[in-house]
Design a protein around this ligand. Structure first.
Ligand SMILES: CC(C)(COP(=O)(O)OP(=O)(O)OC[C@H]1O[C@@H](n2cnc3c(N)ncnc32)[C@H](O)[C@@H]1OP(=O)(O)O)[C@@H](O)C(=O)NCCC(=O)NCCS
Length: 158
């Protein structure tokens, strides 16, 4: 199973939207949008604008985003956002791609990217109920700290 990170661009963003619509809940992959549930036209547009604003438009970009490709097919996204001397990471995978070791592999690839930026620390946030995310982060060597439902993961990179 070949897992690769493809830098986001417009063609990759179109593939990413297809993967999100096919296999993820909007709330797992983007901020809430008011209106009827599911992948409405408004939510699809908001998904595209979310990534254009945060990654593709140089005037507003705050993070680097990649499409997670498995065997050449988009199955999710990964991101790194600089935060002072640290980088904050995020990952989502489509339902059919979870629990197969892909998140573990993507985390290793993100750690390589994070090191190459010279960042001192790798950060991620999740919730106590997200056992998959907690397991992936702990097995990567991150120290997890819980405060209420929020879990913060931190790993020194140097
Ligand atoms: C969280 C997520 C990225 C994890 O990636 P994944 O590919 O499913 O995880 P892996 O298959 O690599 O599993 C890694 C470890 O987590 C464990 N795990 C995975 N899913 C689990 C689950 N739902 N419950 C309990 N353990 C789980 C695996 O058993 C494995 O443990 P091991 O290292 O001891 O063998 C993925 O499930 C996902 O995208 N979920 C939805 C979106 C999301 O929650 N993103 C993170 C927000 S912070």
């Amino acid at each position: 199973m070949e897992v690769a990170l493809s830098p986001l661009d417009e063609p990759a963003l179109a593939r990413l939207l297809d993967a999100a619509v096919a296999g993820a809940d909007p709330l797992e992959v983007m901020p809430p949008v008011i209106g009827a549930p599911g992948w409405t036209p408004e939510r699809r547009t908001a998904f595209l604008e979310f990534h254009r604003t945060r990654c593709l438009n140089p005037a507003t970009a705050v993070e680097r985003t990649w499409v997670v490709d498995v065997g050449g097919e988009a199955v999710g996204a990964a991101r790194l956002q600089p935060r002072g001397d640290a980088v904050e990471a995020g990952i989502w995978l489509s339902r059919a791609s979870r629990g197969r070791g892909i998140g573990t592999r993507v985390t290793a690839l993100l750690l390589d990217e994070a090191r190459s930026t010279g960042a001192a620390r790798f950060l991620a946030s999740t919730t106590t109920g997200n056992r998959g995310a907690r397991a992936v982060l702990a097995s990567a060597g991150a120290v997890l700290t819980a405060e209420g439902d929020e879990v913060t993961a931190e790993l020194a990179l140097n």
